[in-house]
Structures are given as structure tokens and as C-alpha cells.
Design a protein around this ligand. Structure first.
Ligand code: HEC
Length: 104
């Protein structure tokens, strides 16, 4: 959409963003610090999650904030650049957390 290949679908972005927030909120409790979490083979979660738990929580909170900003930008029908910026802030949130806390 933001490459101009498809029309920007505000409803679709809104629904995705609501779902991102729901999943982000679940992350606070979905990473228990157990031996299995830290050493299990069927996971991409890095030990840095537990070694730097507050940093991980910060990333979750920043990601939620970025999504709330995105939803606010969706309400603004006039300023498309604002929407674009807010969208890429969310996308950066995925990457910045993965860079630090996911082995991918
Ligand atoms: C606060 C940190 C964080 C944010 C933000 C985040 N992720 Fe992740 N993501 C993770 C971690 C940690 C894993 C590895 C989980 C595991 O293997 O147990 C993961 C795994 C994934 C996977 C692989 C799932 C699987 O079943 O193997 C996908 C796909 C993914 N993330 C997409 C995204 C997208 C898209 C976004 C943004 C819209 C996003 N993530 C935002 C931390 C995050």
C-alpha cells in the first residue's frame, strides 16, 4: 500500500493495528523465564528477553504506542504523509524488537 501498488485501505490497517496491540499485550505474560524458554530448541526467543526484561517491556510498550499513533493517524483523512510515517514507525517496532530479542 505504501509503495503505491495498492490503494491505502484504512479499515484493513485499523484491524491489523488492533490485532497487533492485542498480541503485544499478551507478550507481557507469554515469555515466562524458565529453563525451557531459555534453552528450548523450538523457539526463536533470545535469552536477552530475560537478561534485559525491562528493555523487552519497553519495546512492547513502544510498539503499542506506535500502534495508537497509527490509529490516530488513520482518523486524520487529510494528512496522508502522517499516516505513512506512523505506519513505518510500527514496522520499525517489529524489526527493532526482533533485532534484539529474536533469533531470525
Ligand atoms: C516486543 C518485541 C516484538 C515485537 C514488537 C514484534 N515481535 Fe515478532 N517476535 C518477537 C519474538 C521474541 C519472537 C520469537 C518468539 C518465539 O520463537 O517464541 C517473534 C516472532 C515473530 C514471528 C515468527 C512467529 C513464528 O511462529 O515463528 C513473526 C512472523 C513475527 N514475530 C512478526 C512480527 C511482526 C510482523 C511484528 C510487527 C507488526 C512483530 N513481530 C513485532 C518479538 C517481537
Amino acid at each position: 500500500m505504501f509503495k503505491g501498488i495498492k490503494d491505502v485501505d484504512r479499515n484493513y490497517i485499523q484491524q491489523s493495528s488492533v490485532s497487533f496491540i492485542k498480541h503485544a499485550q499478551a507478550m507481557f505474560t507469554q515469555f515466562p523465564d524458565t529453563q525451557e524458554s531459555r534453552t528450548g530448541s523450538n523457539t526463536e526467543a533470545l535469552p536477552s528477553i530475560w537478561d534485559d526484561w525491562y528493555g523487552f517491556e519497553d519495546r512492547i510498550n513502544q510498539f503499542i504506542t506506535a500502534n495508537l499513533n497509527l490509529q490516530a493517524a488513520l482518523d486524520d483523512q487529510v494528512h496522508d504523509r502522517k499516516l505513512r510515517k506512523a505506519f513505518f514507525a510500527v514496522a520499525r517496532g517489529c524489526k527493532s524488537c526482533h533485532d534484539n530479542y529474536r533469533n531470525d
